[in-house]
Write a protein that binds this ligand. Structure first.
Ligand code: E4P
Length: 223
């Protein structure tokens, strides 16, 4: 299973990349709005300089020609750009035009398996159901992942399910168990996945015991 970082913060991307576990990055207008001092193009260029994995850049136009114009522009920034297009009638039309031009897409704002199936048929490479936002309204986000992943595998469709709107580490485990090809995580969730109280406590105890053993050693044997 691939793990993407859901952020436009360059330092967060550098950090997770340095751990050797970063497979790609997703951005959206909300995440870009949290950065400061740079244009969206500048942020995207920097991100594509850190990871060679898929980097999603989201269109904001709501008409087909506008989406296509923005997407073509993003696609020129780097080879690993995936144009992020919202699920809508115009979004489907734009994704099928991108497919014809060889520009890869990530269909965003998916909330049902049927929306995911339509996006796959329109040519989206990545299908992004939002599990957290479904859970927020007392629905079962993971059910969409389960259903969509099964449909994709059953018909051997050339698209990947990308679990988005991840809120906590348990979402990642469940996404993996339900056959999601990818999950995109906020930086905080990556950090939460690394840590466990017993791991952190164990590290402190091993260091303490090592120092105790070393202190008891004759000076000549200490290296
Ligand atoms: C990623 O592609 C999505 O835009 C993101 O995961 C949405 O997350 P949110 O529901 O926390 O805003």
């Amino acid at each position: 299973m691939k793990l993407f970082l859901d952020t436009a913060e360059i330092e967060e991307i550098r950090t997770v990349h340095s751990w050797g576990v970063l497979d790609g990055v997703t951005t959206n207008p909300t995440l870009f709005a949290k950065t400061s001092g740079m244009t969206y193009d500048e942020v995207l260029k920097l991100i594509c300089g850190i990871t060679s994995g898929p980097v999603s850049a989201e269109v904001v136009a709501d008409d087909v020609d506008g989406m296509v114009k923005e997407g073509r522009h993003f696609a020129k920034i780097a080879d690993n750009i995936y144009v992020k297009v919202p699920m809508s009638e115009n979004g489907l039309a734009a994704m099928s035009r991108f497919r014809a031009e060889g520009i890869r897409t990530n269909c965003t704002l998916i909330f049902t398996a049927n929306q995911g199936l339509l996006a796959a048929k329109a040519g989206a490479s990545l299908l992004s159901p939002f599990v957290g936002r479904l859970d927020d309204i007392n629905e079962d986000g993971m059910q969409v992942i389960r259903e969509l992943a099964e449909i994709i595998r059953f018909f051997d469709i050339d698209s990947e399910v990308l679990t988005a709107s991840v809120r906590h580490p348990r979402h990642v485990t469940e996404a993996a168990l339900n056959g999601s090809h990818i999950a995109t995580l906020p930086f905080k969730v990556f950090q939460q996945m690394v840590h466990h109280p017993l791991t952190d406590k164990g590290i402190v105890q091993f260091k303490k015991d090592w120092e105790t053993a070393r202190a008891a050693m004759p000076a000549a044997k200490k290296s």
